[in-house]
Design a protein. Structure first.
Length: 296
């Protein structure tokens, strides 16, 4: 007879987690010791929120984007009850400290300048980059959370789904994609070194590469250069409202109708949160589902 009412499986899981800590995690800003399995996690970017929720961890605090007071649409249900601690651009350090976190997750691209302040609040782990490094970032977050096995399994499932979609499309490499994002100002044409670029590559789809985009997340197009986005398929969205981002004006303008994808009925408005903002495993998996519906 066991001397506890805790189910045997739960007891074994708890013991395994306890055995995995304390641990030292190497990351963009150095090394951080995490003394025990984190229970009060604060995340300061969309990818980290996606990662935590994908791994079954509900943070106590998270930031929103600069164009919405809500969490990303595809995470909204699971993010209920999470406290808002500012925006990506301006995290609220007092609000973060008030939550008494035992782990803070973010990246050096966004928050290198406040790393020391965050590290005084709680053990803090930063990824080095954004976009095409999302898988590495996911695994880093998982290491900090003690969820490495779960992360490897989830990534394996995603990669299998991507390969299966590529097979279903057939000669996927014969279909070219132009991912466009309206953000106000120049139009962003995303390149292979981006979040969406990696998802398309995992499927086997070719992305239209543009001059000036070598090694960059995106190339910038003025409206007069729009016809360079000449992929067989256009996937477009707005960061914020279509009016404020410039999307509405461009789509109603004369050059939009000259795009091959528009002429062939293959220009698709997509969810910005999923295709461009989320930058995480759950967003990538949703992209696969939505691309299956659009392309098959």
């Amino acid at each position: 007879m066991r001397g506890s009412d805790e189910p045997e499986g739960s007891a074994q899981t708890s013991a395994a987690a306890d055995a995995a800590f304390p641990r030292t995690v190497e990351h963009a800003m150095g090394s951080t010791e995490i003394p025990a399995e984190p229970e009060r996690v604060v995340v300061l970017d969309t990818g980290e929120l996606d990662s935590a929720l994908a791994l079954g961890v509900t943070p106590v605090g998270a930031v929103t984007t600069d164009v919405s007071e809500q969490f990303l649409s595809y995470l909204a249900e699971d993010a209920e009850g999470i406290d808002v601690v500012g925006t990506i651009a301006e995290p609220d350090l007092e609000a973060i400290a008030a939550l008494q976190p035992d782990l803070i997750l973010s990246n050096s691209v966004r928050h290198e300048d406040i790393y020391d302040q965050l590290a005084q609040i709680a053990p803090t782990v930063f990824a080095a980059d954004l976009g095409d490094t999302w898988k590495e970032n996911f695994l880093l977050d998982a290491e900090a959370l003690g969820k490495e096995e779960e992360a490897e399994e989830l990534l394996g499932d995603y990669e299998q789904q991507a390969a299966e979609l590529g097979e279903a499309i057939g000669d996927a490499g014969a279909t070219t994609i132009s991912p466009l994002r309206f953000v106000g100002g120049p139009i962003r044409a995303y390149q292979p070194q981006s979040f969406i670029g990696t998802v398309l590559a995992d499927i086997g789809l070719d992305l239209v590469e543009l001059p000036g985009g070598e090694g960059a997340t995106f190339a910038e197009l003025g409206e007069e250069q729009l016809t360079q986005a000449n992929g067989d398929v256009v996937l477009y969205s707005s960061y914020g409202s279509a009016d404020e981002s410039g999307e509405a004006a461009v789509v109603a303008g004369p050059l939009w109708s000259r795009l091959p994808a528009v002429q062939n009925g293959r220009a698709y408005a997509v969810d910005d949160d999923v295709f461009y903002t989320g930058i995480g495993l759950r967003a990538a998996t949703l992209q696969l589902e939505q691309l299956r519906d659009l392309l098959l």
